[in-house]
Each structure stands twice: as structure tokens, then as C-alpha cells.
Design a protein around this ligand. Structure first.
Ligand SMILES: Nc1ncnc2c1ncn2[C@@H]1O[C@H](COP(=O)(O)OP(=O)(O)OP(=O)(O)O)[C@@H](O)[C@H]1O
Ligand code: NI
Length: 357
């Protein structure tokens, strides 16, 4: 496959949620509202990802295969939860969609959003029309994306002014409403990022990401550092955002949060989507079909509390066949070849679609 080099992304200092001050003020037309249940044709995808791969070129010529051949669509009003163990490629996938990969990365494939191929777009297009406007991001490390020398109020106000055009009293009110939406306490608005706990920084980042009303929101671990009540509150706010017609890619370790919010679930393992399925079927009956996905659920304390034995493979040294075979109790000789994602599962011997015993 041909990999193209990553662009030299100049991220605006105040984070990805808002474009820099040079961005055009022209509003991006909203995507169509979610499909009326009475109509037959499904709404056009807000995001259409095909065979997305990301490679990191390391010293000595070695490649890290962080993401391989990911394909999925996201429609207006839909939430797709992207789950999988640490290091499986979730954040790299999100960074690729925003043109925020480091220089040693190359991408292949396509990611269409609003007629733009996010993987091929130049930095100017990404900065002016994509980040914050078409695609919002709740970054995984919010404190790193907040400007250290400015208060939360000042950063939020600038983003609200940039993206909504509000001024004066309306601007003040919209700024406070934006904070409230992400459960960021009004009496902390005048704090600087270093004066915030991890959970508060997370909420500030979520508030910033919601302002632009982008048709597509990427939320990378938006509930990290929050206690259960706030997890639920954040998740419910993100769900409302999707219900209002936005597409949401929710990256999370938290399977309970994924179950609460998602319409569909994508499970990644060693850089590949190994299961892509309806959330209700996944969390309920018949349950996941891929043995890894089933193992993830079985590892939960409220389920079998049985961890998957072994460790994921090195992404710089992947086997030719199924990357999960070494840890899988169902491995056969067929697993020496790479299983394609077929009917939502990339496995040579998936669990049958029957109720679990
Ligand atoms: N700049 C880089 N250079 C080389 N390898 C990288 C780089 N950035 C990420 N990786 C590798 O890509 C893989 C995927 O990383 P990624 O951050 O997407 O994982 P993740 O699924 O988001 O994990 P977590 O749940 O811990 O956030 C990891 O093995 C990581 O080490
Ligand atoms: Ni991550």
C-alpha cells in the first residue's frame, strides 16, 4: 500500500477544539438531521473511513503498524464506541482524522467527511475548516491542550466568539452555558489550567470541544479522571449531542460508559478493528463474536472477572496471521492467515450468534 507522509500539523496553542484566530469565520453548514424513522434511505455518513492505516517509521527503518485497514462509517445522530486495550491504536486513529500525527507517521486509505478526505487535506484546510468546525476533539490529555497562561473562561470565551460569533452579554452567557454543558463549575472558570484537577481539565476540554457544534465529534477518553456520577453526566451530555444529529466517535476503556452511550461498538486489537457491531447485541445477547471482544467483557469485575491471559503483540513485530492467535483458546491452523472483517467480525472461528450459556 502507498503511505503518504504526515503533514506538519501546527496545532493552535489553545487546543484542538477551536481553530486559531486566523481561521475564517464562515460557518460550516450543519449536516442533515438524523434520519426520520419514517423514511427509507439512511442518512449520508458524516464520516466514511476506508482502509485507514498508520505507520510510524522508527530509527533503523523499523515500522510500527499502529492502525491497519480500519473501515467504518458514522452517520448523523450515531455514536460509535471504539474500545480496546491500551496501545491498540485508538488515539492514533483519531489523530489521523485530524491531521495531528507526528512527522514520522504515514497514512494510507481514505477518511471522507463533508466531501473532504481528512487524510489528504492540506494543513490550511484542516486548520480553517476541519478542526473544531467539521470535526471536534476532546483530547486524551486535556491539560496538554489547554493554554497554560490563560484562564478557562478566557479560552472558552475565545472559542465561543470564534465559532458562534456571540458578543458582549450574549458571549458571557454563552461562555457560561458552554461550561455548564460539560459540568464545569462556574466558580472555577477564572482558574488557570495548572489549578485544575485532571477531572476538571477533562471537563474544560469537553466544554471547548462542544462549542463548535461540529457534525463529527471525536471524544478520546472523555471520562478519564471523573468519578462515576460525572462519568454518567458527561456520557449523557455526549449522548444528547449525538441525539441532536451529531456523529460521535467515543474512544474509551470504560465499557460501562460505552454501553451507556453507544449505538455500535468497534473493538480494536493490535491496530485492527476485529469486531464492529451493534451495541445492544454486543453488550447483551448474543454478545461479542470475536474471542478477544468476548474476553474483554469477561474481564469485567461485574462479569466473569477473568482477565485475558498473555499480552498484546508488539506493533513493530506483528505476526502474519491473526494477531490474537497467541492468546486465543480457539486458535486453529487457519489462524496463520489474517482473517478479514466479515459480517462484523475478523476471526476464523467466531462465537456463534446464539445466546450465551
Ligand atoms: N509518535 C509515535 N511514534 C511511534 N509509535 C507511536 C507514536 N505514537 C503512538 N505510537 C504507538 O502506536 C500505538 C498506538 O497508540 P495509541 O496511543 O493509539 O494507543 P491507544 O489505543 O490510544 O492507547 P491508550 O488506551 O493507552 O490511550 C502504540 O503502540 C504506541 O506506542
Ligand atoms: Ni489513547
Amino acid at each position: 500500500m502507498t503511505h503518504r507522509p504526515a503533514r506538519d500539523a501546527k496545532t493552535s496553542a489553545h487546543g484542538l477544539a477551536a481553530p486559531g484566530p486566523t481561521a475564517d469565520a464562515a460557518p460550516v453548514p450543519a449536516d442533515p438531521a438524523p434520519q426520520d424513522p419514517g423514511t427509507a434511505a439512511p442518512a449520508e455518513p458524516v464520516l466514511s473511513v476506508r482502509d485507514l492505516s498508520v505507520r510510524f517509521r522508527m530509527r533503523g527503518g523499523r515500522d510500527i503498524a499502529a492502525v491497519s485497514d480500519a473501515s467504518f462509517d458514522l452517520r448523523p445522530g450515531e455514536c460509535l464506541a471504539l474500545v480496546g486495550e491500551s496501545g491498540c491504536g485508538k488515539s492514533v486513529l483519531a489523530s489521523a482524522l485530524l491531521g495531528l500525527l507526528p512527522r514520522n507517521a504515514t497514512t494510507a486509505g481514505q477518511a471522507l467527511a463533508g466531501g473532504i478526505d481528512l487524510l489528504a487535506a492540506d494543513e490550511r484546510t484542516l486548520a480553517r475548516t476541519v478542526r473544531g468546525r467539521r470535526v471536534g476533539l476532546v483530547p486524551q490529555s486535556p491539560s496538554a491542550h489547554l493554554t497554560p497562561v490563560r484562564t478557562v473562561r478566557s479560552q472558552l470565551r475565545e472559542t465561543v466568539r470564534e465559532l458562534t460569533g456571540a458578543r458582549k452579554t450574549a458571549l458571557r452567557q454563552a461562555t457560561e452555558a458552554a461550561a455548564e454543558r460539560a459540568a464545569f463549575p462556574a466558580d472555577h472558570l477564572d482558574r488557570y489550567p495548572h489549578q485544575l484537577s485532571g477531572g476538571l481539565a477533562q471537563r474544560a476540554a469537553t466544554a471547548l470541544a462542544l462549542v463548535g457544534d461540529a457534525p463529527l465529534l471525536l471524544a478520546d477518553e472523555p471520562t478519564t479522571g471523573l468519578d462515576r456520577d460525572l462519568v454518567d453526566r458527561t456520557v449523557d451530555e455526549l449522548r444528547r449531542h449525538a441525539d441532536a444529529g451529531h456523529a460521535l466517535l467515543m474512544i474509551t476503556h470504560d465499557l460501562a460508559a460505552a454501553e451507556r452511550i453507544a449505538d455500535r461498538v468497534a473493538v480494536m486489537y493490535a491496530g485492527r478493528v476485529v469486531e464492529l457491531t451493534d451495541a445492544r447485541a454486543f453488550f447483551g445477547t448474543p454478545g461479542p463474536r470475536h474471542p478477544y471482544a468476548r474476553g474483554l467483557l469477561d474481564a469485567l469485575p461485574e462479569r466473569a472477572f477473568a482477565p485475558i491471559p498473555g499480552m498484546p503483540p508488539e506493533l513493530g513485530d506483528l505476526p502474519e496471521g491473526c494477531a490474537f492467535a497467541a492468546r486465543c483458546a480457539r486458535t486453529t491452523s487457519a489462524c496463520g492467515t489474517l482473517p478479514a472483517l466479515d459480517a462484523g467480525t475478523a476471526c476464523h472461528h467466531p462465537h456463534e450468534e446464539a445466546p450465551r450459556a
